[in-house]
Design a protein around this ligand. Structure first.
Ligand SMILES: [Zn+2]
Length: 232
């Protein structure tokens, strides 16, 4: 890791260790700082931002793809973040954040629509793997959102189980603001926020956020520029 956030963190930890050695700080405080989930979430976010910047600029490092890495993570995984994204073939999280094997715990459905299995998978990441950061990521030109928009405007049902997706995304369409491309973007971002709100129905995730073991952030991926914008 080479981000300035991790450098700051290393400096902080070294200072904390020096203070502990001088008797100013309990060693347990140093240990706690090293594993503080809030700073782990910050660190994970910084890693994702740095990886996405490399992706935007075509300076990919393709980290953690070696034979050695493959062997290292056979017995255990410690992903830095979990990403709930759309299944769209243009939004692969490992690629757009320039991460490798064992780095991201990824769940993808069209329009990042939730069901019990999706929520259970996210809960597993938080509860069992202690992942400190959960990113919900929508994207430009989302086909699931476009299909929902079409269904709403034509009042025709989508075929088969795709109506389930339309049902879940429909409330976001009603929140869309502006016109044309701007409206579409605002619907995609509303869909991200609604998904985040629905995650609060999970007691496990809610508790993890309340206890500051987990941070949940929304994101919007722009296909043209490669930019992932983290939403306020
Ligand atoms: Zn999509």
């Amino acid at each position: 890791m080479s981000s300035s956030a991790s450098v700051t963190r290393r400096v902080f930890l070294r200072q904390a260790a020096l203070l502990a050695a001088a008797g100013y700080l309990l060693p347990s405080a140093v240990a706690r700082a090293a594993t503080d989930p809030q700073s782990l979430a910050e660190q994970a976010l910084a890693t994702l931002r740095a990886g996405n910047l490399r992706f935007q600029q075509g300076r990919l490092q393709h980290p953690h793809e070696t034979l050695q890495r493959r062997h290292e993570i056979v017995r255990r995984q410690a992903p830095l973040a979990t990403v709930l994204a759309c299944s769209d073939s243009r939004e692969s999280p490992e690629l757009i954040f320039d991460q490798g094997l064992g780095d991201l715990f990824v769940v993808r459905t069209a329009g990042h629509v939730l069901d019990d299995a999706v929520v259970g998978t996210l809960e597993y990441a938080v509860q069992e793997l202690q992942v400190p950061l959960l990113v919900v990521m929508g994207h430009q030109s989302c086909g699931a959102v476009a299909a929902t928009l079409q269904s709403v405007e034509s009042t025709r049902l989508a075929a088969g189980q795709m109506e389930t997706l339309v049902d879940a995304i429909r409330p976001a369409v009603l929140l869309g603001q502006g016109a044309g491309e701007a409206r579409f973007t605002s619907i995609v971002q509303a869909n991200v926020r609604l998904t985040m709100e629905r995650l609060a129905n999970s007691r496990l995730l809610l508790e993890a956020v309340a206890q500051q073991r987990l941070r949940i952030v929304g994101a919007y991926y722009e296909l043209e520029s490669g930019i992932v914008q983290f939403l306020a």
